[in-house]
Design a protein around this ligand. Structure first.
Ligand code: ACO
Length: 162
């Protein structure tokens, strides 16, 4: 099992993983238009942290780092159906936080969580209270009716992964 962070860079193996992840999102997020999923997963401004077993994608999180604003917007998050509730979602989020802090220099995450995923995001340290100053994110992330805006502060020192 490995955790990787890739974006659309034309490397064959990375493209295979991104397509696998796009297929998981399409299945697990049925309310999202498929073209929208493809567009963001393949967008060069987005990155995807994924769990890979051998050559198969188990799940992942696609996010957009706003480096000057020091926050990331999580666009999609999913684990393939037969691997849910085994702890992969938590490990994935920890790898995302570590990467976002140490590589992108981010301090916070924002996401529009689906109603049914609020419990998961709560357990990952996300709250419905937004502490980030509005000037830092307003106008950067798009309003989205189908979810609840949630925020997570990334600890500046905590080792999130071993
Ligand atoms: N509601 C409440 N609690 C949940 C949910 C949920 N939907 N899913 C997981 N949890 C809990 C687990 O019970 C576990 O609690 P515990 O630590 O007390 O045992 C904890 O959250 C972590 O569970 P994991 O096993 O790490 O989570 P999993 O690997 O299943 O990943 C995920 C969670 C990504 C939500 C997965 O279930 C999934 O893909 N669901 C379908 C797609 C989805 O809803 N994605 C999020 C949409 S919102 C967005 O993408 C921005």
């Amino acid at each position: 099992l490995k955790f990787v962070c890739v974006s659309n860079d034309n490397i064959d193996e990375h493209m295979m993983w991104l397509i696998g992840l796009k297929n998981i999102f399409a299945r697990q997020l049925p309310n999202m238009p498929k073209e929208y999923i493809v567009r963001l997963v393949m967008d060069r401004g987005h990155k995807s942290v994924m769990v890979i077993r051998r050559t198969t994608v188990v799940g992942g999180i696609t996010y957009r780092p706003y480096v000057t604003q020091k926050f990331g917007e999580i666009a999609f998050c999913a684990i393939t159906s037969d691997e849910q509730v085994k702890g992969y979602g938590t490990r994935l989020m920890n790898h995302l936080k570590q990467h976002a802090r140490d590589v992108d220099g981010l301090t916070h995450f924002l996401t529009y969580a689906d109603n049914n995923a609020v419990g998961y995001f709560n357990k990952q340290g996300f709250t419905k209270d937004i502490f980030l100053e509005k000037e830092r994110w307003h106008g950067y992330i798009k309003d989205y009716d189908g979810g609840i805006l949630m925020e997570c502060k990334i600890d500046p020192k905590l080792p999130y992964t071993d």
